[in-house]
Design a protein around this ligand. Structure first.
Ligand code: SF4
Ligand code: SF4
Ligand code: FES
Length: 280
């Protein structure tokens, strides 16, 4: 259950001030100040807020570019996740300037004053800006996020079973029904900004996982709707959503998980009660 006070060793203390690296560039230096959450993963140690000064001429325009420049030129111990650096993989999700977002698509120029960077909120921290998302991924596995077709498509014969296999076709309308959900990159910016998820992260599935559940419910090739809805019809897994809408405001891909959750609730409501186990 939720813990309503901060343990003493989680209070952030003042950290190091890192000087601007000397530059041989003839260009006028454009300095940006970063305040970055640091915790070295050692139990009992308090986290700190380190300050870095960075010359914007020495790196790209996004917050992730700034963090990479800090790591490469100032402090190699700074730890964060990143991969695609173009808003596709979801790994650089963090809290920047008070908002959950992707560091690789957040321009430094959009932040006035110091750029404050923290890990995603209400998660345990592994190190520095790396939030622990194990629980969220375990929840994702429970909704079985893969196609479960009701019928087999033509199987190959002999040794090569894939030979002769046919694709499962969709009409343009059926394919369009996935718009707004297939684009989710599982960054968890939404779930970690949802108050209901903060209080019940072990029981409520949260907007990211529910959007994934909706994506498979809407897939015309999937035949497991009844099973999927039965698994979701639960007072905590689905009905902890109180339409607060933080999730939709937070999504850096412009998706609307709150609407997807409302649609799942409608699907559950349309089913005869005796076909769904549990609460309702
Ligand atoms: S709409 Fe639901 S899922 Fe989204 S933030 Fe609110 S309670 Fe959480
Ligand atoms: S819905 Fe948006 S914020 Fe949530 S996990 Fe998917 S891409 Fe990230
Ligand atoms: S690095 Fe992949 S989304 Fe930012």
């Amino acid at each position: 259950m939720a813990q309503l006070f901060l343990p003493a060793n989680s209070r952030i203390k003042r950290g190091k001030h890192w000087a601007l690296p000397t530059t041989s560039s003839a260009k006028r230096v454009r300095v940006k100040d970063f305040k970055v959450y640091r915790w070295n993963g050692v139990k009992g140690e308090r986290p700190r807020l380190d300050r870095y000064k960075l010359d914007l001429n020495s790196c790209g325009p996004m917050v992730l570019d700034g963090l990479i420049a800090i790591k490469n030129k100032i402090d190699s111990t700074l730890t964060f996740r990143r991969s695609c650096r173009e808003g596709v993989c979801g790994s650089c999700a963090m809290n920047i300037d008070g908002t959950n977002t992707l560091a690789c698509t957040k321009p430094m120029a959009s932040v006035r004053g110091s750029i404050k960077v923290y890990p995603l909120p209400h998660c345990s921290v592994i190190k520095d800006l790396v939030a622990n998302l194990d629980g969220s991924y375990r929840q994702l596995a429970t909704i079985e996020p893969w196609l479960q077709a009701a019928t087999e498509v033509g199987k190959g014969k002999g040794k090569d079973k894939s030979k002769g296999m046919r694709e499962r076709k969709q009409t343009p309308q059926a394919r369009a029904a996935l718009d707004g959900s297939y684009e989710c990159i599982l960054c968890f910016c939404c779930s970690t900004s949802c108050p209901s998820y903060w209080w019940n992260p072990d029981k409520y599935l949260g907007p990211a996982v529910l959007l994934q559940a909706y994506r498979w419910l809407m897939d015309s090739r999937d035949g497991a709707e009844q099973k999927r809805l039965r698994a979701l019809a639960d007072p905590f897994k689905l009905y902890r959503c109180h339409t607060i809408m933080n999730c939709t405001n937070a999504c850096p891909k412009g998706l609307n998980p709150a609407k997807a959750i409302a649609e799942i609730k409608k699907m559950v409501a349309k089913k005869p009660k005796d076909t769904l186990q549990g609460y309702l």
